[in-house]
Design a protein around this ligand. Structure first.
Ligand SMILES: Nc1ncnc2c1ncn2[C@@H]1O[C@H](COP(=O)(O)OP(=O)(O)OP(=O)(O)O)[C@@H](O)[C@H]1O
Ligand SMILES: [Mg+2]
Length: 597
């Protein structure tokens, strides 16, 4: 019996991981250490040099007045000032020069690390099981991921350098302040613990709101995505106002959360402004009194004020830095959740060749996302190689679900799917899927050229093979009639082609793939009779010699089948040939008489 694995939604909190999110991201940066470490060293260097600015300024400002007091010759003072300003210019030039490479290095290593992360995420994403995708709204997932990556990017490229720089300036600045006057410094530092406590207290609140805000914004993004995807339906039902309202509501929710968060952030900042600059004013006032009594020299007082401004500015930038780090923690946690979601199984015989013998033994199934609905019950059937079997039955009977079990998108809850009498679970998913082709009900193509879309059945196929496949699929003629032939762009999701043309492209793709087993979900939408003839002819060629399962909506298809499985409410209620089933007064006859087939 196969286990049903359910996958956590991305928004659900998961237990904390043993290594912190920041260290995890740092792991990505470490892979770029050849560039990252030199840039980091350069950053330290420029941050220290940036302390040269207040240092030389205080020399410029402080020296002359102290010197004048000692009645030094003004010409000497002037010469010294010239010397100081030249030194300052040299330091600034050196700082600018190193900064040029440092900024480049950070961007290069940061973006490379991010690209690696993006690749890892995508690699993992495509290996996640179908059930994972069924549980997500398509837009929500991609919006969420790109929003989270955006936050991580901002942190790596801007916040990390900023944090290092401000820390160096803070510590360096404090050192100079203490050298200038330890008494004044102590007075000033009296207020710092208060500020630190405030950061810790408000920071926690701000973090909660910014995560909520991100969630709300991602939700609004989902509305856009869904609307754009279904724009034809939106327009034909004139539901623009409905979508507008939906979007406006999502935005309002976002704004509500943001406003709440803004209050906290504003209070945070106001407090810091008041505490910080209030203290500085108080301290300077104290300094002025010390100056008056000769307790401090002009140079030291100037030094104290200039470095205090630097220290104040750097302290003021910490709330932003910390809140950005907290946002990043939230974002990376979600990204890691995605990376930790269990991927599809990779075990089983990878070289198995399918002979085309397919059977279901006592298969029962429920979708993990909806465990209260028994979708398939006790299915038992076998299809010898090369046979053509039609699946018929009312909507919701479970026909498409049979396909998803064959493709290994889901596993039976009870019972087994067998290929050539070997349990599907003993074969690699890759081996099974590469020998099965599916022509879906609604063909959605990729937004490339016709050639690329056919080639998707067998990447690397020669143009000749592609043209042959198109010929057999009755598609060659209409493709050649187009000015750009096989290089014609099909438009997003193939919307520049007609329904019948899209189907024939999908058939050509399947012919090129040359599968052992063919799954065909017949289109319910009617084609015009000429188009239908071309499609049917192509399908005939495609099905020849292959085990084919057809979910049939047309009587003509059913008549040509070797046998028919009649589904109702997840069970096979009848099976046999058309004539046998018509002779019985059962579900099939009812379906045929009411033209449901
Ligand atoms: N991903 C899913 N998650 C949960 N339930 C699902 C999922 N897909 C289908 N179902 C449910 O399983 C049942 C069978 O669906 P299925 O798509 O197999 O029907 P069908 O016979 O192919 O119908 P139709 O002829 O309309 O295509 C339905 O009740 C449906 O609601
Ligand atoms: Mg279906």
């Amino acid at each position: 019996m196969a286990r049903i694995v359910s996958h956590p939604r991305m928004s659900e909190p998961t237990p904390k991981k043993s290594i912190s999110s920041h260290r995890w991201i740092l792991g990505y940066l470490m892979r770029e250490k050849a560039i990252f470490f030199p840039s980091l060293a350069a950053l330290f260097f420029t941050a220290i040099l940036s302390l040269g600015f207040p240092y030389f300024l205080k020399e410029l400002v402080g020296n002359p007045s102290d010197a004048l007091k000692q009645q030094v010759d003004p010409a000497v003072i002037l010469a010294r000032s010239n010397q100081i300003v030249l030194q300052l210019a040299a330091v600034l030039a050196l700082q600018a020069f190193v900064a040029f490479f440092r900024v480049q290095g950070f961007i290069r290593s940061g973006e490379s690390a991010l690209n690696r992360l993006r690749r890892d995420l995508f690699d993992h994403l495509v290996r996640l099981p179908m059930s994972f995708f069924h549980e997500q709204r398509a837009g929500a997932l991609s919006n969420r991921v790109s929003a989270d990556l955006g936050v991580v990017r901002e942190t790596l490229l801007t916040t990390v350098p900023q944090a290092v720089r401000q820390t160096v300036i803070l510590l360096g600045g404090l050192t100079f302040i203490f050298i200038s006057s330890w008494k004044l410094s102590l007075i000033m530092l009296g207020s710092v613990p208060v500020v630190v406590l405030a950061i810790a207290f408000f920071g926690r609140k701000v973090r909660g709101y910014s995560k909520d805000a991100q969630d709300a914004l991602a939700e609004a993004g989902t509305v856009i995505e869904e609307t754009v995807q279904g724009i034809a339906d939106v327009k034909s039902y004139t539901n623009e106002p409905f979508e507008n309202t939906r979007y406006a509501m999502a935005l309002d929710r976002f704004l509500g959360v943001t406003k709440h968060g803004a209050k906290n952030r504003a209070a945070f900042l106001s407090f810091i402004i008041f505490a910080l600059f209030g203290t500085i004013s108080f301290v300077v006032w104290h300094g002025a009194r010390m100056l008056a009594t000769g307790e401090i020299t002009w140079t030291n007082f100037a030094s104290f004020i200039l470095f205090s401004i630097f220290v104040g500015a750097s302290l003021g930038s910490f709330p932003e830095i910390i809140s950005q780090f907290q946002q990043t923690a939230g974002a990376t946690e979600r990204l890691r959740e995605l990376l930790d979601a269990p991927a599809e199984r990779t075990d089983g015989d990878a070289d198995a060749k399918l002979g085309g013998y397919l059977s279901f033994v006592n298969v029962s199934f429920r979708y993990p996302s909806r465990p209260d609905v028994q979708v398939l019950r006790d299915l038992d059937f076998l299809i010898p190689p090369g046979r053509r079997v039609a699946l018929v039955g009312p909507s919701g009977a479970g026909k498409s679900t049979v396909f998803s079990l064959i493709l290994g998108f889901n596993s039976p809850e009870i019972g087994q799917v067998l290929f050539d009498n070997r349990p599907a679970s003993s074969l690699a998913l890759q081996a099974i899927r590469s020998q099965i082709a599916i022509v879906p009900q609604e063909v959605l193509l990729f937004g490339g050229t016709i050639r690329e879309n056919i080639e998707y059945g067998k990447p690397g196929a020669s143009l000749e093979d592609i043209q042959n496949a198109a010929r057999q699929a009755n598609a060659h003629e209409f493709i050649s009639a187009m000015p750009e032939g096989f290089e014609t762009l099909v438009g997003p999701r193939g919307t520049m082609l007609s329904g019948g043309q899209r189907q024939r492209i999908a058939i050509a793709r399947a012919i090129l793939a040359d599968p052992r087993i063919l799954l065909l979900d017949e289109a319910t939408s009617a084609l015009d009779s000429e188009s239908e003839r071309l499609v049917n002819e192509a399908l005939e060629r495609l099905m020849r010699g292959r085990t084919s399962l057809v979910i049939a909506h047309r009587l003509s298809t059913v008549r040509h089948a070797d046998s028919i499985l009649v589904f109702n409410q997840g069970r096979i209620v009848e099976n046999g040939s058309h004539d046998e089933l018509i002779a019985r007064d059962g579900t099939y006859r009812f379906l045929v008489e009411t033209q449901l087939v």
